[in-house]
Design a protein. Structure first.
Length: 202
C-alpha cells in the first residue's frame, strides 16, 4: 500500500470506471434486477455474503476493495473508490442489470446516494446489515491469509478506529445478517426475506 500516490483526477474517473467494469462478470441479467448494499465492519463476513448473493441473484458485484486495488495497480491512490463504484453501478443499471455493492455504507451520505441511484432506475434498494460478534471479527482479521492490503494488525487497527461509527445506527436494514453462525442456513433465511421483499413490489 503506497501512501505517496496521487488521487485519480476528475477527467480520468469515467475512463477508469469503464476499465474496471470490463473485469466484471455481466453475462446474464436477473429476472428482477435490484440493488443490494451493506452496512458491515471489516471482518464481519460482508464480502463473503455479497459474493454468495450476487451469484444467487445474478447481480453485478462491485467491490470497493477491488477498486482500491485496481487504482493502486494503475498508479493512483486508493481514494475515490465510492465515486468510481457509483459510475460503474449506474452504467450497469442503465443496461438493466442489478448490482450488489460489496462495500460498507455506514455513512448516511452514501446510503442516500444508493437510494437515489436505485430510484433513478426504478429498482428496489435492499440494505443488509452484518451483525457479527467482535471476538469473531478480531479472530478472522488476525488469521487472515488473503492478499488484501488490510489484514492482521493493520486490519485490527482499522476496525478499532472505525467501530464507534457503527454504534447507534439509524438505518433500517431489510435484513440483519448473522455473520457468526452456519453460513448456508443463514443465507437460506436471508434469501427468503429478500424474495418476500421483492414480491411485495411486484
Amino acid at each position: 500500500m503506497n501512501k505517496n500516490l496521487q488521487d485519480i483526477p476528475d477527467n480520468k474517473i469515467s475512463e477508469f470506471a469503464i476499465q474496471f467494469s470490463n473485469h466484471l462478470n455481466c453475462s446474464q441479467k436477473p429476472e428482477k434486477p435490484f440493488v443490494l448494499y451493506f452496512i458491515g465492519m471489516i471482518g464481519s463476513g460482508k464480502s463473503t455474503t455479497a459474493k454468495f448473493l450476487s451469484r444467487h441473484y445474478n447481480l453485478i458485484r462491485i467491490s470497493t476493495d477491488e477498486i482500491r486495488d485496481f487504482l493502486e495497480q494503475n498508479g493512483f491512490s486508493r481514494e475515490r473508490s465510492f465515486d468510481i463504484a457509483e459510475i460503474v453501478a449506474e452504467n450497469f443499471l442503465q443496461q438493466g442489470f442489478g448490482v450488489c455493492f460489496d462495500a460498507c455504507f455506514v455513512d448516511q451520505y452514501f446510503q442516500d446516494h444508493v437510494v437515489e441511484l436505485s430510484n433513478k432506475f426504478k429498482m428496489q434498494p435492499i440494505l443488509l446489515q452484518m451483525q457479527t460478534p467482535e471476538s469473531i471479527i478480531l479472530k478472522r482479521l488476525q488469521s487472515d491469509n488473503s492478499d488484501r492490503a488490510y489484514k492482521g494488525d493493520i486490519a485490527i487497527q482499522d476496525y478499532m478506529s472505525r467501530k464507534a461509527k457503527f454504534e447507534n445506527l439509524t438505518a433500517q436494514p431489510v435484513v440483519i445478517v448473522d455473520g457468526s453462525g452456519n453460513f448456508d442456513i443463514e443465507m437460506k433465511r436471508v434469501i427468503d426475506i429478500i424474495d418476500k421483499k421483492l414480491k411485495m413490489i411486484d
